[in-house]
Design a protein. Structure first.
Lengths: 227, 227
DNA sequence: TTCTGTGAACGGATTCACAGCA
DNA sequence: TGCTGTGAATCCGTTCACAGAA
């Protein structure tokens, strides 16, 4: 029963959490769904409905206590702990991922890096020693890794993901430009800047072809902008 | 009139194009909506409906000619040309973006890089000389840049995007973890691996709390898997 | 008043189902 | 027989609108 929460809702929660964290750091204590919606281009009703799946966090007439709501969201999303991740593929992209400073402050840590290349295995990249992919299963158990990051060429992504999945990983951040097959209980998120670009070019092209009505286009649902 | 094509459809087209390109390279000549759907976890009906917004590209009883359909999609998306991009923010992330090998083969080229730091301006990064952001407007016109890439800290993203927009850029790839405000006729795509991770942790956490029904969860629409 | 929480109404994307062509 | 193209039906997320608490 209960909890069949739409996936889109889950995708928006981290956005709320991020924004609330920034507001908290700026010293603000309370926010209304209207004001939060203004910042995120989301309607106030949407935000209230999303939150209502998880409980009643607001006060009528006032809004939401930022600190309180943030803590609730972190609890819901599991952000009040550290998550260990294993990276596969220590090429140029993989190295950039290891060096990316955005993960650690949010509690995500790359604790192991794997590759197949004999030249790479054994070498040090930042704080990690590159391991052979044969050791993946053992290391994942040993270091309680929950998340895999795939940064290998598209042609090898599926096999790498098979190894991750058979080692028990349930969440994969996939930088390889392919849609992969995974069991029902494994989540994959694709990070692909090229796909993002290729959908934007459609709109640039269209606007150039018919410049007159450029602004008529429907955008994502129009946010009720605050005052 | 006409063309109010849902944005989700446009987001799927590059996926189709990518897959068709791989099939073409593998020598396959024809594909059915059923087979293509199997590779992408998309229902055959969805694919046929998506394509029907743009024309009739298939042959009943046979399927789609891969080369032909790919060319059509490239035409529709504007992928049959080069696109010039300007990068703002030459920190660690910015440098990784400049060095990323995935853009060029798809016709996307970073032709200028900007920063505000006096230490960086004038230095060379790969094939580019870092320019002061004050030169952005002029360079964008000069080099016919259509796309901006933002790789600055969240706190500066909005102002950088304001500059890009006022220089005429209509598409922005935003690596900064903030939702920014842009005019109706400007497209923004966020690239944020942390948000992607933070929504997956929800499911990992949930599965651990109620392991019994882990596999019961509804996934994204179940694809009718091929044979 | 102000703003939340929520059932009901709505709207739009997905899926169905079938006519029709190869 | 096989598979496309597409109106119709369905499903599901979004928005509405209002009761009710502060």
């Amino acid at each position: 029963m209960a909890s069949q929460i739409p996936e889109v809702v889950i995708l928006r929660l981290p956005l709320y959490a991020r924004t609330l964290a920034a507001l908290r750091d700026s010293g603000q204590e309370v926010i209304s769904s209207h004001e939060l919606g203004g910042k995120l281009h989301i309607t106030p009703a949407q935000i209230r409905k999303d939150l209502s799946y998880f409980g009643k966090f607001g006060k009528q007439g006032r809004g939401y206590n930022i600190k309180r709501l943030l803590e609730e969201l972190q609890q819901i999303l599991g952000l009040n702990r550290e998550w260990s991740m294993a990276l596969v593929g220590v090429g140029r992209l993989g190295r950039a991922i290891i060096g990316y400073g955005g993960f650690a402050p949010q509690g995500f840590r790359v604790v192991a890096a794997f590759d197949t290349s004999p030249e790479l295995v054994g070498t040090q990249v930042e704080h990690l020693i590159v391991q052979d992919i044969a050791e993946l299963g053992a290391t994942i158990k040993e270091k309680s890794v929950n998340i895999g990051i795939v940064a290998v060429p598209a042609s090898h992504a599926q096999e790498v993901i098979n190894v991750l999945v058979s080692s028990g990983v349930k969440a994969i951040l996939n930088y390889a430009p392919v849609v992969v097959k995974v069991p029902e209980d494994v989540r994959v998120r694709e990070i692909d800047p090229v796909l993002a670009l290729q959908s934007m070019t459609y709109y640039i092209k269209k606007a150039k072809e018919r410049p007159a009505e450029a602004a008529t286009r429907s955008r994502q649902k129009r946010a009720a902008l605050s005052s």
